[in-house]
Design a protein around this ligand. Structure first.
Ligand code: SF4
Ligand code: SF4
Length: 345
């Protein structure tokens, strides 16, 4: 670095060179040029297009994880700039990358997310192209994935709540059981709250706004309640999330001097709906969601959950919460799936 800013014609010539190297298949050289261009980007439009191009170069280099990072970075820029056209393009590219990886559920999720962001201002061909891609992936799931993995069951339609969308369910949610009557448990010591939890950016803002009111319900904080860094994830409200920090062996929000979640207790004390303030992943635990599939949280799936074993099925214990978020029709369809799973030989 010599501190001298690149002149516009130098940048233009670097951009042309990068494109040329890319078209000639010299991807490593194209990468070096685009990294320089990224350092020299002056505004979001330049940063966005260069991250998108960087993602394409990394795909060609077979560095798929890095490519995903670059494309998610482009999506984050699109989100910050409230630019739905960019957001749609970034998610389409993420879908294309998932196809290369043969991550069919991921691809379907990305194309459908992009489709939901297409508004009437868009050229009709964008929605058409995305629908064709989504349908092709859906066919691949039906013909190639589901026959191999009968544990994943397709639902008759998509069910959405905010940015969460479910169209498949893992059969184990009906089969795996755990103690479930959390506040009556005399052996777990809130084990499942040992690690903190993911929390979306909108939820963080709500908690911070009520900080003074929440403080009497939780232990005196020894540090920050949340990690400072946010990551992009389109399935959470606000498309970004961070983590709640633990404090000692438990989450910072464990109730002071009592069992259970301090945020939940705070909400009840204010006669407020706890869904307004308690993180979604905590409410749905031990279920989990991602890429359109409702499944078990890893701790129950791998039996590391201290109270896994006899008790209620994960589905039955969380059924009311699923109804709250996704509606009656959703749980009625799941009830039908449950009957089939439980009656299967
Ligand atoms: S899910 Fe299990 S470990 Fe977590 S609070 Fe309830 S009983 Fe305890
Ligand atoms: S926010 Fe509440 S439910 Fe979630 S991990 Fe912390 S204490 Fe447990």
């Amino acid at each position: 670095m010599n501190g001298k800013a690149a002149l516009p014609n130098e940048i233009a010539s670097k951009s042309v060179k990068a494109l040329l190297k890319f078209s000639q298949g010299h991807y490593t050289e194209a990468e070096q040029l685009v990294l320089d261009l990224l350092r020299e980007a002056k505004d979001d439009a330049e940063r966005y297009s260069r991250y998108l191009f960087y993602g394409e170069i990394l795909v060609k280099l077979g560095r798929w994880e890095d490519a995903r990072g670059a494309l998610m970075h482009s999506a984050q820029i699109a989100l910050n700039g409230k630019n739905d056209r960019w957001l749609v393009l970034s998610h389409e590219k993420l879908g294309d990358l998932s196809v290369l990886e043969e991550d069919w559920f991921g691809a379907l999720h990305q194309y459908r997310y992009a489709l939901r962001k297409v508004s009437s201002d868009f050229d009709g061909s964008v929605a058409e192209r995305l629908a064709i891609k989504a349908n092709a992936v859906q066919s691949a799931i039906r013909s190639r994935v589901l026959p191999q993995d009968t544990s994943i069951i397709p639902l008759t339609r998509e069910y959405a709540s905010g940015n969460m969308v479910i169209s498949f369910v893992h059969r184990d949610i009906f089969l795996k059981t755990y103690f479930a009557r959390c506040l009556e448990c005399n052996f777990c010591h809130d084990w499942c709250c040992s690690f903190g939890a993911d929390v979306d950016i909108q939820n963080v803002e709500k908690i911070q706004q009520r900080r003074e009111e929440i403080l009497p319900f939780v232990r005196p904080p020894e540090g920050e309640w949340f990690e400072a860094e946010y990551e992009y994830y389109e399935e959470y409200d606000g498309n970004q999330y961070t983590r709640i920090n633990p404090q000692g062996p438990r989450c910072v929000f464990i109730s002071k001097d009592q069992r259970g979640c301090g945020l939940h207790r705070y909400a009840l004390s204010k006669q407020m709906d706890y869904h307004e303030i308690k993180p979604l992943v905590c409410i749905l635990f031990p279920l989990s969601f991602g890429e359109g599939i409702l499944s078990l949280a890893p701790e129950l799936d791998d039996d590391s959950l201290i109270c896994s074993g006899s008790g209620c099925s994960a589905y039955q214990s969380i059924r009311n919460e699923l109804e709250y978020y996704f509606g009656r029709e959703f749980v009625e369809e799941l009830d039908g799936v449950e009957k089939e799973v439980l009656s299967a030989p």
